[in-house]
Design a protein around this ligand. Structure first.
Ligand SMILES: C[S@@+](CC[C@H](N)C(=O)[O-])C[C@H]1O[C@@H](n2cnc3c(N)ncnc32)[C@H](O)[C@@H]1O
Length: 200
């Protein structure tokens, strides 16, 4: 980690103490990214968040802390993962128990959906109805990211926000945004490795 990221992470810890649970969880997300994800979860009227790629719970905890900060007790976070470290450079292992332990404080808001992202989409559609906030952070290959976008885009509400992680290095993720997503977006923003946009 570079000195700038280290300083930025430290500043986030001081400025955003409500995210301390998320900051404590190991993840490739920077603290600034966790702050942005929690901000996205604070949107008024938000009812359903779906994240593809939950890993050890850092992004799920950031979303949950955002909901708590907005006093939103109506929204649900659907966390999709095989919890088998699929498409991860560190190799396969069962991470579900650690995810559940790390996110225990937010149990009432989080619904874990164990399975392949394209396999559980129908079940999510049946439970969540429309998706107001979609975060794609699973398989970063072009084929994997495209499959996630094609499976979940039909469930998005008209003004949904969609976010993608690892746009800084994953060519496939950038290609999906460029070729498929951007045409449906009216406003977009990004950090070096996180991109998000609002449909419209
Ligand atoms: C980069 S990690 C997610 C990081 C997480 N958002 C965080 O807060 O740290 C990617 C996760 O996606 C999962 N995964 C990869 N491909 C998947 C797929 N097609 N369906 C479900 N989960 C998948 C992996 O098991 C891994 O836990």
């Amino acid at each position: 980690m570079g000195i700038r990221t280290a300083l930025s992470n430290l500043a986030c810890r001081v400025r955003h103490p409500y995210l301390s649970d998320s900051f404590a969880i190991r993840s490739h997300l920077t603290n600034s990214e966790r702050v942005e994800l929690s901000r996205l979860a604070q949107a008024a009227g938000l009812r359903s968040i779906v994240e593809i790629g939950a890993y050890l719970g850092a992004s799920a905890s950031a979303f949950a802390a955002g909901l708590a900060r907005a006093r939103n007790t109506a929204a649900t976070i659907y966390c999709v993962d095989t919890w088998n470290n699929d498409a991860m450079s560190e190799g396969q292992r069962d991470t579900m128990e650690l995810f559940l332990r790390n996110t225990a404080a937010y149990r009432a808001r989080i619904v874990p959906m164990r399975g392949w992202s394209t396999g559980v989409v129908d079940s999510i559609g049946a439970q969540a109805g429309r998706i107001d906030l979609l975060f794609i952070d699973g398989d970063h290959s072009y084929e994997g990211c495209l499959a996630d976008w094609k499976a979940y885009a039909p469930l998005l509400s008209p003004n949904a926000v969609v976010a993608f992680h690892d746009v800084g290095w994953a060519d496939g993720v950038r290609r999906v945004i460029d070729d498929e997503v951007r045409a449906r977006i009216r406003r977009e923003k990004r950090l070096p490795n996180l991109w998000w946009g609002e449909l419209g």
